[in-house]
Design a protein around this ligand. Structure first.
Ligand code: ADP
Ligand code: ADP
Length: 215
């Protein structure tokens, strides 16, 4: 089993980088996407999560860890997981270590995407996504080739409810307080690969693929 974690503030480009790693056989697991699916299905978990997500706050650790546990429990020895937006707190990081340890694996790399706050606000306000296939676009930096419909599915793109300037600023505060400490946690473990994410998408993707080498 191979496990790679994408770490970085909201809008750093985790989902955008994940798209190329999926082509290399990774199963992309975004806790944000999993939670939005629960919201779409109007499950009790989704209804609770929506209030927190719209306010830029985190969903409870036990809820997200439970989702990851369910996804990993029946995976084979050759599975390749790419985590995007998980772990986001020290408790989640410790639980992930326990979980993959119990499956006889360890984290191979933590790819840290570094991007300043000024770039992030502009990126998130212009983000558009396809609810059907999860493709991520930007009105200026990565527009779809055909008007405002998804290149893959041909359906209309949507803007996320939490991609407003006010909520983005709140999310950046929560990131600094609760997620940034994970950088030291993984540096101590010798797992961090730092990537400059404040450059054009093609260059960020190429740097990540190069840094990961043959994984
Ligand atoms: P972004 O990468 O733009 O921050 P995500 O789609 O990863 O967005 O997450 C959207 C929201 O979902 C977060 O702001 C948070 O409310 C919730 N969320 C996603 N992953 C987690 C997690 N691991 N722990 C707690 N909350 C999470
Ligand atoms: P995250 O998953 O970290 O929240 P996304 O991959 O969803 O980030 O990217 C956020 C927005 O920024 C999207 O609209 C995406 O098209 C755009 N984006 C991603 N990487 C870059 C980049 N290197 N330069 C400019 N825009 C980018």
């Amino acid at each position: 089993m191979k496990v790679v974690v994408l770490l970085g503030p909201p809008g750093a480009g985790k989902g955008t980088v994940a798209e190329v790693l999926v082509d290399k056989g990774f199963k992309h697991i975004s806790t944000g996407d999993l939670l939005r699916e629960q919201i779409r299905l109007e499950t009790p978990l989704g209804i609770e999560a929506k209030k927190l997500m719209d306010a830029g706050q985190f969903v409870r650790d036990d809820v997200v860890v439970g989702m990851i546990r369910d996804l990993m429990k029946d995976s084979g020895a050759d599975a390749k997981f790419l985590f995007d937006g998980f772990p986001r707190t020290l408790v989640q990081a410790e639980k992930l270590d326990e979980l993959i340890g119990s499956l006889g694996a360890t984290i191979e790399h933590v790819v840290q995407l570094e991007c300043p706050a000024e770039s992030i606000v502009e990126r998130l306000i212009g983000r558009r996504t396809c609810e059907k296939c999860g493709s991520v676009y930007h009105v200026t930096f990565n527009p779809p080739s055909n008007g405002d419909v998804c290149d893959v599915e041909g359906c209309a793109l949507t803007q996320r409810a939490d991609d407003t300037e006010e909520t983005v600023r709140k999310r950046l505060e929560v990131y600094a307080e609760r997620t940034a400490p994970l950088i030291t946690y993984y540096e101590v473990a010798g797992l961090i690969l730092k990537i400059n994410a404040d450059q054009p998408i093609v260059d960020v993707r190429a740097d990540v693929v190069k840094a990961l080498g043959k994984v």
